[in-house]
Design a protein around this ligand. Structure first.
Ligand SMILES: *Cc1c(COP(=O)(O)O)cnc(C)c1O
Length: 404
């Protein structure tokens, strides 16, 4: 039996390790707590708040939408679904979209598409290739696709039908395909988020595209975290000049309103037929309006270019500020693209979360040793400089302590 976890919120199930800071309101890349303390938001609600907080164009649009219609059900047409789907197809070059409510739901739908794609070809036990370091969500199927044993612990038996290989190793991919002829799809994050900001290399992505074409497999790129402009292109795979067959999206698409989407290319677009899949909330008018407004405002404000430029400035400031620590090995690497950056340390870095908050900065620490920055795409050059000005001395002081 597990004892209750002591908490100031005894009726909230304690599934998160939370800092004892209660947040009250935000504006742009700044958030205030209930004591009136201000924080610079380097976390963006975990890559969710694309437009920052209380965006002056998003707020009135959502207020108008809430007063008009929040939810109706999928028994009727929701014109905003077609509007958002058309925009997503335009920016991705893909063919159609299924709407849901979160990242794991988008991945769950992608996995169902992969299985049905197999069944449609007479393969009654289709398998999906997944990767070391992967994170795809916390449902039973998506945690099974996830690599982290800490996320599996206590929830077995895992869903069968996943074959795991190392990232960026095309020989391992080809060997796995030979050993597992039932594989119908290759499923990966274009840039791993929770796994520590680990990019799939451009040549690797291009090789996977060729392999999938050659073997009639679906290339499924989880862009739940790295998509929607975060890297400076609409989607991270566009840096490799390839297209996926299936692309789950979520986090940044609704600027904080829960939303998920699976964008499919022609080979995957008609796998699902009426009755095969659905969700009550998926595609509701409020979420669709949030998606449409997010993409529209991103274009109006040039946020792809901003993410690329301010992200490069932030990365350079961190690399410069931590040059000594990089040379000595305390900082293993500063990596990532656009406004999805990771600073890998040579030791567990979880303690930095509270220290950063104390210094007025919100960050996250993932994969134990990687400080992750995924701020709003409206971040200014000045705010990027402020993030570096707070974070660099913190990391220096942290690494100056004896290594545990
Ligand atoms: C966050 C995340 C998920 C899960 O999304 P939820 O909305 O938390 O279910 C899946 N894949 C990736 C790459 C993510 O970053």
């Amino acid at each position: 039996m597990n004892a209750p976890v002591p908490s100031s919120e005894p009726q909230v199930m304690q599934t998160y390790g939370r800092l004892p800071i209660a947040l009250s309101h935000g504006k742009g890349c700044w958030v205030w707590d209930t004591n009136g303390r201000r924080y610079l938001d380097g976390l963006g609600g975990i890559a969710v708040n694309t437009l920052g907080h209380a965006h002056p164009k998003l707020v009135p649009a959502l207020q108008e939408q809430i007063a008009r219609l929040i939810h109706t059900s999928n028994y009727y047409l929701v014109p905003l679904q077609q509007q958002l789907a058309a925009k997503l197809c335009e920016i991705s070059g893909l063919a159609n979209v299924f709407f849901c409510n979160s990242g794991l739901e988008a991945n769950e739908a992608a996995l169902k598409i992969a299985r049905k794609f197999g069944h449609d070809r007479g393969n009654s036990s289709p398998e999906v290739m997944v990767f070391e370091g992967a994170f795809h969500g916390r449902s039973i199927a998506t945690l099974s696709a996830t690599a982290n044993p800490k996320i599996h612990a206590g929830f077995g038996p895992l869903v069968p039908g996943f074959v795991r290989v190392p990232l960026n190793d095309i020989a391992a991919v080809e060997a796995a395909l030979k050993a597992h002829p039932n594989i119908t799809a290759i499923f990966l994050e274009t840039i791993q988020g929770e796994g520590g900001v680990n990019p799939a290399r451009i040549e690797f992505l291009q090789a996977l595209r060729r392999v999938c074409d050659q073997h009639d497999l679906l290339l499924m790129l989880d862009e739940v975290q790295c998509g929607i402009g975060r890297t400076g292109k609409w989607f991270a795979h566009q840096w490799a000049g390839i297209q996926p067959d299936v692309m789950p999206l979520a986090k940044g698409l609704g600027s904080g309103v829960p939303i998920g989407a699976v964008v499919c290319g022609p080979r995957a677009a008609h796998v699902m037929q009426p009755g095969n899949h659905g969700t009550t909330f998926g595609g509701n008018p409020l979420a669709m309006r949030a998606g449409v407004e997010t993409l529209t405002i991103m274009v109006e404000e040039g946020l792809l270019a901003n993410a690329a430029q301010v992200g490069a400035e932030l990365k350079a400031a961190l690399q410069q500020g931590l040059a000594g620590e990089i040379a000595s090995g305390g900082v293993v690497e500063v990596r990532g693209q656009g406004l999805m950056l990771g600073i890998e340390l040579d030791r567990p870095a979880g303690a930095l979360l509270a220290q950063a908050a104390e210094a007025g900065l919100m960050i996250s620490v993932t994969a134990d040793r990687v400080i992750r920055l995924v701020p709003a795409l409206i971040l200014s050059s000045d705010e990027a400089a402020q993030i570096a000005a707070i974070l660099v001395p913190l990391v220096k002081a942290f690494l100056a302590q004896p290594k545990p």
